[in-house]
Design a protein around this ligand. Structure first.
Ligand code: CA
Length: 229
């Protein structure tokens, strides 16, 4: 059962949303503690969040931005603000859908279902210890935050992570970086690996890149020694 979180301060609207979505087969949770709603949502990690913009004491825009920075969860904005600039701002902050109130039940349910399907179909999230990597955008979600990795670092991490515990040869890494194995540039590969190692250390990731000389590279838990090849 898909879980949907609702952030809506008007009690009647909230009740209606809850009952409509429950009837449609979703597990619904409404959050009403406005001071902690951002953190609660992150901790709850629902499959979808429905967000009002005019909320008591907090800005729905900020909440939206915060959520999209910290988690890969889809956000549907449902608001009475019908100005184009509000809609554009919400999208620029990462909102996935924007609907204005009053909204027909059928329309809302269709968008919800569509959005959930879109996200379910995304096989682009790779999971590492304590982090997620979006292999399309190279966004790394870690420690309740996110960073977009430079493309080459993203490609290297993706390739290493996909291999699990297996060793990945220099050829495979070069192919991931430059799309060819005809010309393996070990120096350029080293430069990119060094940058990724630095990034991983700075982000306090619980993994390190380990080198097995002449064979390849792999990710290991942080307790392992990191040999410099
Ligand atoms: Ca409101």
């Amino acid at each position: 059962m898909k879980r949907i979180a609702i952030v809506e301060d008007e009690p009647f609207m909230r009740e209606e949303l809850c009952s409509m979505l429950e009837k449609a087969g979703y597990a619904v949770q409404a959050l009403t503690d406005w001071e902690t709603v951002g953190n609660s949502l992150v901790a709850l990690a629902p499959d979808l969040a429905i967000l009002d913009l005019n909320l008591p004491g907090i800005s729905g825009f900020e909440l939206c931005r915060d959520l999209k920075q910290k988690t890969p969860m889809p956000v549907l904005v449902l608001t009475s603000r019908d100005q184009m600039k509000d809609e554009l701002q919400a999208f620029s902050l990462g909102a996935d859908e924007y609907l204005t109130k009053p909204c027909r039940k059928e329309r809302l349910l269709a968008r919800v279902s569509n959005l959930l399907k879109r996200y379910e179909g995304r096989t682009n999230l790779l999971e590492g210890p304590g982090y997620l990597l979006d292999r399309q955008t190279y966004t790394l979600y870690i420690h309740n935050s996110s960073v977009v990795l430079p493309k080459n670092q993203g490609k290297l991490l993706e390739t290493l992570l996909s291999a699990g515990n297996a060793l990945v040869s220099a050829e495979v890494l070069c192919n991931a970086l430059w799309g060819t194995t005809e010309f393996v540039d070990e120096n350029a590969l080293q430069v990119n690996l060094t940058r990724l190692k630095k990034t991983m250390a700075n982000l306090d990731m619980h993994q390190k890149i380990v080198v097995v000389r002449g064979v390849g590279y792999r990710l290991e838990a942080e307790v392992a020694e990191c040999a410099d090849g």
